[in-house]
Design a binder for this molecule. Structure first.
Ligand code: CDP
Ligand code: CDP
Length: 209
């Protein structure tokens, strides 16, 4: 059983995906962390995000990045991740790791941008989680402040809109709702309501499979 959870920044997809993994007893992969790890290694070692060759080379260092590194979540790294994730060479360098995880015998929950469309097109259930840019910017600011990092609402909103634009309009695996995905708009939901709605949608899909 594979559950695909896609959506834009701070829609709640990561929290929802972790909750689904717990509920159904499945392993979970946050695929955005792979792109963030590439971005962080470029940020640290001075790679040029405008250069696809350098970005592809940085994919080799993904396994060395500490997944607990707080810098992975910084806005600077988010912006680089969104730029380098548009390169087909970067996407293909990270593809097998994600497909392999999705194919694990226990089943899996993956969250990202292209899980339902590219990584696991035959997933048992697909959710496309969204919320208005303003709500998502508020969530991200709260999260940054909680982590002791700087977060200014106007700047974060600009960054979120820029990432939405880049992620949705790139040629390679753009962010879009798969035709067979259920839409979950969490703008007016708190996180517990969003998780409960996600579980209901997935259970309904599995019941009709
Ligand atoms: O948590 P948030 O939605 O802010 O970001 P993320 O999921 O960690 O992803 C960071 C960036 O990686 C996104 O802006 C995308 O450009 C890219 N990404 C992607 O292209 N494909 C994925 N499956 C996951 C992330
Ligand atoms: O993975 P993604 O960037 O889509 O979002 P997330 O990391 O799951 O959620 C971003 C923040 O928004 C977290 O602090 C969530 O608890 C919060 N959130 C919320 O307050 N209400 C929701 N309905 C969804 C997320």
């Amino acid at each position: 059983m594979v559950i695909a959870v896609d959506g834009p920044a701070a829609s709640g997809k990561g929290t929802i995906a972790r909750a689904l993994a717990r509920h159904f007893g499945l392993p979970h992969m946050d695929t955005g962390m792979l792109y963030r790890a590439v971005a962080l290694s470029m940020f640290r070692f001075g790679g040029d995000p405008g250069n696809e060759f350098e970005a592809v080379r940085a994919c080799e260092g993904v396994a060395q990045v500490d997944p607990g590194d707080p810098e992975l979540r910084s806005e600077a790294v988010s912006a680089i991740a969104s730029r380098i994730s548009a390169y087909p060479g970067v996407r293909s360098a990270l593809l097998e790791r994600q497909r392999g995880f999705a194919a694990s015998s226990d089943g899996a929950v993956l969250d990202g941008r292209d899980i339902g469309t590219v990584i696991a097109p035959h997933a048992s259930a697909k959710l496309f989680v969204t919320a208005s840019p303003e709500v998502r910017a508020q969530r991200r600011v709260r999260e940054l402040l909680e982590r002791g990092m700087p977060g200014h609402y106007e700047d974060v909103l600009i960054d979120i809109r820029a990432r939405d634009e880049r992620d949705s309009h790139r040629q390679a695996a753009p962010l879009k709702q798969a035709s067979d995905a259920d839409l979950l708009d969490t703008s007016d939901m708190d996180i517990d309501e969003a998780i409960a709605a996600a579980i209901r949608l997935v259970e309904a899909r599995l019941a009709h499979a």
